[in-house]
Design a protein around this ligand. Structure first.
Ligand code: TGC
Ligand code: FAD
Length: 397
């Protein structure tokens, strides 16, 4: 006898509807999320498969992101929208539901390039760069990592030495998002007084960006090596308020916060794709969605997605109220990226063979999340940050 399933219930919910997450959002936060989601659905989703396959991120998207108002949206003045942190997080989530490459672009532009100028720059530097970066008329990048110093940026070898009133920079930065697109690079270097930050217009003689090719992850994102070969800068290129390694690390908190939300976008999109697929795919003469093993997977993933979203919102509310501590951001980045990649991979299993093609998003998201797991502090670094907060012992070295 052939097994039959009872007809499905007319009333179903999306994973986040089940959690009633919208109830926790203010009307303007919901509006911002809906606006970004619409942009993703109409402008980005129809193109992402092609961009991922050809490993491109069209430069003109910068201007479109600027018009959308998401570049440096959580900063005040200088052409920035001045939204709260939760709204910024929700925008990251919606962008990453399209592709981690879009959220990466916006993270680096707003939270690393613009934030470094906003927090540590002179008024002249802010007026020169922030309005153009907010509008997407200029693109920024952030060079901290080096070939031999990723998790441990304290060891950086890039050096800035004084020559009269000028600075001369030498060194190599690695894995730099937007490197080949950028008009200005925030470059962190050792000096006789410790780590300092510099704004390097990318047309400066001695500055070269070399794009990194053959990536299996974050293909719709530009990643580069930056070479600084006797790059001479005026004194005014130094970020005057950035003193020590704490300065670049504080910028990372901003970008990591966006990832706490963003990674969930990739997870949500994977899960929605898997739910839709299991309803249309028949196996053993009935919908894949009607089997208990399928429902166990979907239910477990929904629980993790909802818990991660509640954590992100909790951290966002703390950030908006009084500021979030770095180790709290570590909790969010560790958990939400770890769960997001597990969800994307599990969703891929539900798609069977179809899941290995670009036609479905989960494997693309899972591949992207490999980078997200690594950049902005690897999972191991965040485990150690949490371990330090719990025990008082720094176990990094
Ligand atoms: P440590 O001695 O702990 O700290 C040095 C100084 O910095 C302060 N500090 C922080 N300040 C603000 N926020 C944080 N998260 C901070 N972490 C540390 C600290 O208080 C101290 O200040 P002070 O005044 O006492 O000097 O430094 P450490 O050398 O032991 O390193 C600590 C460790 C391992 C946590 C840190 O090096 C680290 O976070 N490593 C990971 C590096 C990383 O995340 N790199 C990311 C590069 S950018 C990127 O990946 C962009 S991808 C973007 C995209 O495409 O989306
Ligand atoms: P390593 O530090 O060499 O780590 C290798 C492994 O060792 C990891 O598993 C790590 O967790 C582990 N490990 C390291 N130290 C310890 C320890 N003490 N205990 C236990 N395990 C340890 N950087 C920028 O500055 N700007 C950017 O815009 C940027 N964009 C990026 C975009 C992409 C797509 C990628 C992949 C990276 C980007 N990065 C950027 C660099 C990123 O931040 C680094 O890759 C990351 O910090 C890890 O450094 P690493 O690759 O050198 O790995």
């Amino acid at each position: 006898m052939t097994a039959t399933a009872a007809p499905p219930s007319a009333q179903t919910y999306t994973p986040l509807e089940l959690f009633d997450i919208d109830r926790l959002l203010e009307p303007d936060e919901r509006d911002i999320a809906a606006t970004v989601r619409k942009f993703v659905e109409t402008r980005l989703r129809p193109n992402i498969e092609g961009w991922f396959e050809s490993a491109t991120l069209p430069r003109e998207l910068a201007k479109e992101f600027g018009d959308l108002g998401v570049l440096g949206m959580h900063l005040d003045g200088y052409g920035c929208a001045g939204t709260n942190a939760v709204s910024y997080g929700l925008a990251c989530l919606e962008l990453e539901a399209g592709d981690s490459g879009f959220r990466s672009f916006v993270s680096v532009q707003g939270s690393l390039s613009m934030f470094s100028i906003y927090r540590y720059g002179s008024e002249e530097q802010k007026h020169e760069w922030l309005p153009r970066l907010a509008a997407g008329d200029a693109i920024g990048c952030f060079g901290l990592t080096e070939p031999d110093f990723g998790s441990n940026p304290a060891g950086m070898r890039t050096r800035a030495r004084r020559d009269g009133s000028d600075w001369v920079l030498n060194g190599t930065k690695m894995w730099i998002t937007n490197g080949n697109l950028a008009d200005v690079a925030t470059v962190w270097a050792q000096t006789d007084e410790g780590v300092r930050g510099f704004l390097v217009p990318t047309g400066t003689p001695g500055f070269t960006a070399n794009e990194i090719h053959r990536k299996l992850s974050l293909r719709a994102s530009v990643t580069s090596e930056l070479v600084l070969d006797n790059v001479r800068l005026p004194a005014s290129a130094q970020l005057p308020h950035a003193v020590g390694l704490g300065a670049p690390l504080s910028c990372l908190n901003e970008a990591r916060f966006g990832i706490v939300f963003g990674a969930l976008g990739a997870a949500r999109d994977s899960l929605e794709a898997a739910i839709a697929y299991t309803q249309s795919r028949d196996v053993f003469d009935r919908p894949l969605a009607s089997f208990q093993l399928t429902q166990e997977k979907l239910a477990n993933m929904t629980v993790e997605l909802g818990k991660g979203t509640l954590l992100a919102l909790h951290l966002g509310r703390i950030k908006d109220a009084e500021g979030v501590r770095p180790e709290q951001v570590s909790l969010g980045k560790l958990n939400n990226v770890r769960e997001a990649i597990a969800i994307a991979r599990e969703c891929r299993t539900l798609l069977g063979g179809s899941g290995i093609t670009l036609e479905y998003s989960p494997l693309r998201h899972a591949n992207n999340l490999e980078s997200v797991l690594t950049y902005e502090g690897t999972s191991e670094m965040h485990l150690l940050s949490i371990g330090k907060a719990l025990t008082g012992h720094a176990a990094f070295r």
